[in-house]
Design a protein around this ligand. Structure first.
Ligand code: ADP
Length: 483
């Protein structure tokens, strides 16, 4: 099979969240198995400076909304099947941020990602790639399945091309003013409720969900949750109508990259059977975060600052958590409201609460390696990678039982001493505190705590299994294309 993965971010090139980890790791794993797979990525600012790319010499021009935009295709290597194709368009992608700043999204995202979606198909034509499957990811590439079945419908090049649409987060749909339809190159006949229209707006993800041959999301629980009004973000009806084409594949993480035994970002390396050095990481974290007391348990949190991540619960829980005797180390970036709220908490509780605003891979690793617990009180969580990394690094997750968190963390049972973390159900500060309280009871018994920590480290959420399931999904998609 010839596979194209279309994604707006991927490690190691550019990352704002889990999508980047998934796209990068899936590519790596599938290539490792000898699959003919390439990724297509926008060429953002700074990538060419950090990675040796080569110019394929292939260029194209697209007329979108009366504007002619020129694109060029770069590649990560010169092999016949390059790992990554990069779409250069300085006007649209030559920016340091991917989608917008803390103040809000870029005003021209509709144009940027319509262009990118078209560019994915143009790249296939120009570079003579006849994909059996194009794997689209989130709203940024939602238009690809529609374009294939519309603008490129009669193109012999794509006669056998199937599409897979992965929902990494249904909360982000690429909603735009309907007048932005002109940037897509599509006619008004597409602006109907069974196609692109969503409450009088344009919805890019919806295009993917309507037109893709198969749809999947990143955990089984989330695949069921999005069929309900509570988690469906207005698309649950459409998803229910496509239920027979909807699958759930739990994400993995790259077990080579995220490995405390080799991690170059942490001050001391350790493994499940040799945990002595973890104390050195904990000490380094304590020092870097400016925590005063050596004994108190540390709760870490790394993530996007958005309401999805349950930060309102966190800010409400800080004072009682401190009274329970824990210290907090928080790293994240996102909405200004949470920046201000959490930074104020840190100022109020120096030496007990440390808040770092920014995207810092090195510091994130130190938190995973040094914290005793890792907090993920998400309102909803399609899969969540934070808890998988935390399990791998031995910081015990305390999380809400939703989406992928429910599928990947085994709640501790005090009768059997079995489990890998502490889950709570209700989205309330009280429920969060009750879970922390259960966690602290176990923490006070070193033997039991080590058992939970080691059980977590023994779990296997590597990409091997997930990649195998994606291959099966691609085959299902191919079977749905009429012969
Ligand atoms: P998301 O909803 O943001 O995709 P995930 O839990 O699936 O959440 O993935 C988040 C990924 O991004 C994890 O690898 C996490 O460690 C990383 N991450 C999030 N915020 C930061 C940050 N501020 N600094 C460093 N890494 C971060």
């Amino acid at each position: 099979m010839r596979i194209i993965i279309a994604s707006s971010e991927a490690v190691p090139y550019v990352k704002t969240g889990g999508l980047a980890d998934v796209a990068g790791a899936l590519l790596h794993e599938l290539r490792g198995r000898g699959e003919q797979v390439s990724l297509v990525l926008p060429l953002y600012c700074g990538i060419r400076e950090r990675f040796p790319l080569h110019d394929t010499g292939r260029t194209f021009t697209l007329q979108l909304g009366g504007v002619a935009l020129a694109g060029a295709v770069w590649a990560s290597d010169q092999s016949p099947v390059p790992a990554v194709y990069f779409i250069e368009c300085e006007e649209l992608f030559g920016r340091t941020e991917l989608y917008g700043t803390a103040r809000g999204d870029y005003y021209d995202n509709a144009l940027r990602f319509a262009f990118f979606s078209r560019a994915v198909l143009e790249t296939c034509l120009l570079c003579e790639v006849r994909p059996d499957v194009i794997h689209c990811n989130d709203w940024q590439t939602g238009l690809v399945p529609l374009y294939l079945k519309d603008l490129y419908r009669d193109h012999p090049h794509f006669r056998r091309t199937a599409t897979v649409m992965t929902i990494h987060n249904l909360g982000y749909q690429g909603l735009f003013n309907k007048l932005d339809l002109r940037y897509t190159g599509l006619g008004w006949e597409y602006f109907t409720v069974d196609r692109l229209e969503f409450h009088d707006m344009l919805n890019y993800l919806k295009a993917g969900l309507v037109y893709a041959d198969v749809i999947n999301t990143v955990s089984l629980t989330y695949a069921l949750e999005i069929l309900t009004a509570e988690h469906g973000f207005g698309l649950d009806g459409l998803l229910r109508s496509r239920k027979s084409a909807l699958y759930g594949i739990t994400n993995g993480i790259d077990y080579e990259e995220f490995n405390p035994a080799h991690d170059r970002f942490i001050p001391a390396r350790y493994s499940r059977d040799g945990l002595e050095n973890r104390a050195a990481c904990r000490k380094a974290l304590r020092e870097q975060a400016g925590l005063e007391n050596k004994e108190r348990p540390i709760i870490g949190l790394v993530g996007r600052f958005s309401s999805q991540k349950g930060l309102d619960l966190v800010s409400g829980a800080i004072a009682p958590l401190l009274r329970m005797g824990v210290d907090l180390v928080i790293l994240g970036k996102g909405e200004e409201y949470y920046h201000d709220l959490l930074a104020a908490s840190a100022r109020q509780h120096p030496g007990r609460v440390s808040v770092t605003i920014g995207f810092r891979e090195d510091y994130a690793r130190l938190i995973y390696a040094g914290a005793d617990f890792f907090l993920m009180p998400s309102r909803y969580e399609p899969c969540g990678l934070g808890q998988l990394i935390a399990l791998r690094y031995g910081s015990v997750p305390v999380a809400r039982r939703t989406g992928g968190l429910a599928d990947t963390i085994r709640d501790y049972d005090s009768r059997t001493w079995q489990g890998t973390g502490f889950l709570f159900d209700e989205y309330t500060v009280e429920a969060l505190l009750a879970a922390v309280s259960r966690a602290l009871a176990v923490y006070r018994s070193p033997e039991r705590f080590q058992g939970v920590l080691q059980a977590g480290m023994a779990e296997n959420f590597s990409w091997e299994r997930a990649a195998g399931r994606y291959l099966m999904l691609y085959r299902k998609a191919v079977l749905r294309v009429p012969a």
